[in-house]
Design a protein around this ligand. Structure first.
Ligand code: ATP
Length: 239
């Protein structure tokens, strides 16, 4: 469609030293879409999310959020613009309660999280409702991941960036988490997701890109890519 994307990278080249990690990467995420960014270890997925978040300055190319160039902004400004990263490893505050951790996500908002807002979010994460006053450090890995996503949602994101949400979780928890991610997408949340669990991500996402050595080597509807066994074997380790 010709609909304006929420996120677009245009010929994005970025890295850490002389040789760029990302080479001319073009990616689009349209409103309400869940897009998966897939690829083997070292393909450049985390580097891409760092560039989007302003943690890594591109060498060339551009990043657009809702019609505005953001690649020269500082990380906190990008958060203010509504591009919210849920980092790998979740970065929870273990001593704080679940509620306090979630509420921290709204620190840039003019008003604290309202009761209704928290309710709406907890309806999506029933496990968190049961643990809302527990210390975050006592939650399971999956619950902590859910909490980190809830923290991202209270920031009222234009788009959520999820870095390896399934990392270290048991298969049943990964399924549960992805069911919720599908529900969030159905609620209209725009999501760009990086995950090693390619088939799981493709079973829920709308569209996907495959990165190999910092370049997009395949893209298409998640349905089509899921059927492409050759592609999954070649780039995604059969995952
Ligand atoms: P993984 O799932 O293993 O994190 P990835 O697809 O996210 O893989 P990146 O972490 O983006 O890949 O790494 C891409 C390349 O950039 C790798 O060759 C990696 O060694 C290199 N790299 C990553 N972080 C840094 C850094 N801080 N400094 C220098 N090189 C880095």
């Amino acid at each position: 469609t010709s609909e304006t994307p929420v996120i677009a990278s245009l010929r994005l080249t970025a890295g850490y030293g002389a040789a760029p990690v990302l080479k001319s990467v073009d990616i689009k995420v349209r409103p309400g879409e869940m897009v998966a960014l897939l690829g083997a270890n070292g393909a450049g997925k985390s580097t891409f999310l760092m560039a989007l978040s302003g943690l890594l300055r591109p060498v060339s190319g551009s990043i657009i959020l809702n019609d505005e160039y953001i690649h020269n902004l500082a990380p906190h400004q990008i958060v203010e613009q509504g591009l919210i990263l849920v980092p790998e490893g979740r970065q929870v505050f273990p001593e704080l309660t679940v509620r306090e951790n979630i509420e921290l996500g709204a620190y840039k908002q003019p008003k604290p999280v309202s009761r209704e807002e928290l309710e709406t979010i907890l309806n999506r994460f029933p496990r968190l409702r049961d643990r809302i006053n527990s210390q975050a450090g006592l939650l399971s890995g999956g619950e902590q991941q859910m909490m980190a996503i809830a923290r991202g949602l209270v920031a009222k994101p234009k788009a959520l960036l999820l870095d390896e949400p399934s990392l270290g979780l048991a298969p049943a928890m990964v399924e549960e988490l992805y069911t919720i991610l599908g529900e969030l997408r159905d609620d209209g949340v725009t999501i760009l997701l990086v995950d090693q669990m390619a088939t799981m991500a493709l079973s829920v996402a709308d569209y996907a890109y495959v990165l190999e050595q910092g370049q997009v080597v395949a893209e298409g509807s998640a349905k089509d890519l899921l059927k492409d066994e050759r592609l999954i074997d070649a780039y995604l380790g059969g995952a």
